[in-house]
Design a protein around this ligand. Structure first.
Ligand code: JFZ
Length: 414
């Protein structure tokens, strides 16, 4: 991927994804049937006729959706950006679109513009604001793509010119704070068409970053699949979007919630390899966020908040030559961090070449004694003697202020 000088994105490291739309009301169920797939795909998976699906708009009134509360929470979790579904594959605009009647402002009793509400809330809370826009799949437009269906009779161009391009223009002109356009599932989009979308976006707002899923390798950064994380440091900018259970949109029956310790470990691994983690919440049809998501994010976000210096603006580290399961390293110029994720009485790591000026527990500043020595295991054996309080504790971070810009990981030697 290209280096686009998108500094805020390189520094962000942690963000909040929100999947919210008409599908949220169905909660993964339609006429007594539960979708076997992700909930926001229910129209496609259960083949709900368009005329039936459209009726959902008439009941959409999410009185519990509180943009301010969400943005405040995201900030308290140490997140730096938020991405909201302005239009998902279902085709329903969650903002005041002038070129369609199928919008939350015109077709629903709530008459609300969620993009405007979130833009405002992000501004108040100092978060960068991004919107998801399904540029190829549109299951409501006769010429939009639909996965699992025959698209051969469709004229994609009609959809692009009649809905996609006009809506992109609207989003970028009506909401000047948009900093990221999160495109998705390009399907049959050609390289020329991807380029056209990017040019359109940047002609209105040149500072907007475009996600990798604009298609044809033309995005400003690389997007992986749900929780698929590169095993090694990955050059360029990249992001892992991920769910906290197994669905993006709200699904009543899905209680396969991930372990917060696991999520935290993934976040730190992603950061140490140079990427950002975009964690999803799926509010229900009333706009309420599942309690379990909040519990997980309070825990993960609590750690990030306490250890912000070891997450925000960290840079990709070289690959450490050993398998370690009790800690993850992150780093930034002249700082090296050991995140201790399982209990230890003393910390020992080897083959890290750096000159330590000062070492301390990041969350409370308690200095720790560090021994640097050459042992039979090789040079640069680092031992950290822990204060009583941190012996056998987990989820805390040790910060090393170092002479060098970055530590050097030495190769394994006999
Ligand atoms: C897409 C959407 O279809 C889905 O509904 C959700 O919005 C998600 C964030 O993005 O799903 C994908 C697209 C690409 C991959 C995985 C899920 N991928 O490349 O692995």
């Amino acid at each position: 991927m290209h280096d686009t000088k998108q500094q805020w994105f390189k520094d962000a490291k942690f963000g909040l994804f929100i999947h919210f739309g008409l599908y949220s009301q169905l909660a993964g169920e339609y006429e007594g049937e539960t979708t076997p797939s992700i909930a926001e795909w229910i129209m496609n998976t259960l083949d709900i006729p368009k005329t039936e699906y459209r009726k959902l708009a008439r009941e959409f009134n999410p009185t519990d959706f509180d943009a301010d509360w969400i943005a405040e929470k995201a900030k308290s979790w140490g997140m730096k950006y938020l991405v909201f579904t302005s239009k998902h594959h279902e085709g329903f605009a969650m903002y005041d679109s002038k070129c369609s009647d199928y919008t939350s402002v015109k077709a629903s009793p709530c008459h609300r513009d969620f993009v405007a509400e979130l833009q405002e809330a992000c501004k108040k809370n100092g978060l960068k604001f991004g919107v998801y826009y399904s540029q190829a799949q549109d299951w409501d437009d006769p010429d939009g793509y639909m996965a699992r269906h025959d698209n051969s009779h469709k004229t994609y161009r009609n959809y692009l010119e009649g809905k996609c391009f006009p809506q992109l223009k609207e989003l970028l002109t009506q909401y000047p704070d948009i900093s990221l356009l999160w495109f998705d599932t390009p399907m049959g989009t050609t390289a020329e068409e991807s380029k056209e979308m990017i040019d359109l976006v940047k002609s209105i707002n040149p500072n907007v970053i475009v996600s990798g899923r604009v298609g044809n390798g033309l995005g400003d950064y690389m997007t992986t699949g749900d929780n698929f994380i590169p095993a090694d440091p990955f050059p360029g900018d990249w992001e892992v979007p991920a769910t906290l259970n197994d669905t993006w949109g709200f699904k009543k029956s899905d209680d396969n919630w991930k372990n917060p310790d696991k999520i935290l470990q993934l976040l730190l691994k992603i950061n140490s390899r140079g990427g950002n983690y975009l964690l999803n919440i799926g509010p229900d049809g009333t706009g309420k966020i599942p309690e379990e998501s909040i519990r997980i994010l309070d825990e993960v976000g609590g750690y990030v908040h306490r250890n912000a210096d070891a997450v925000f603006a960290t840079r990709s580290l070289p690959k450490y030559p050993y398998e370690v399961d009790w800690c993850v390293f992150t780093g930034k110029p002249h700082k090296f961090f050991i995140h201790v994720l399982s209990p230890k009485t003393v910390l020992e790591v080897i083959n890290i070449n750096m000159t330590v000026k000062k070492a301390y527990i990041l969350e409370d500043g308690t200095e720790v004694r560090v021994d640097l020595e050459t042992t039979c295991e090789g040079p640069h054996m680092i031992t950290v003697f822990l204060p009583e309080k941190y012996k056998n504790a987990k989820n805390y971070c040790v910060c090393f202020e170092i002479e060098e810009e970055t530590p050097e990981f030495e190769a394994i030697r006999m």
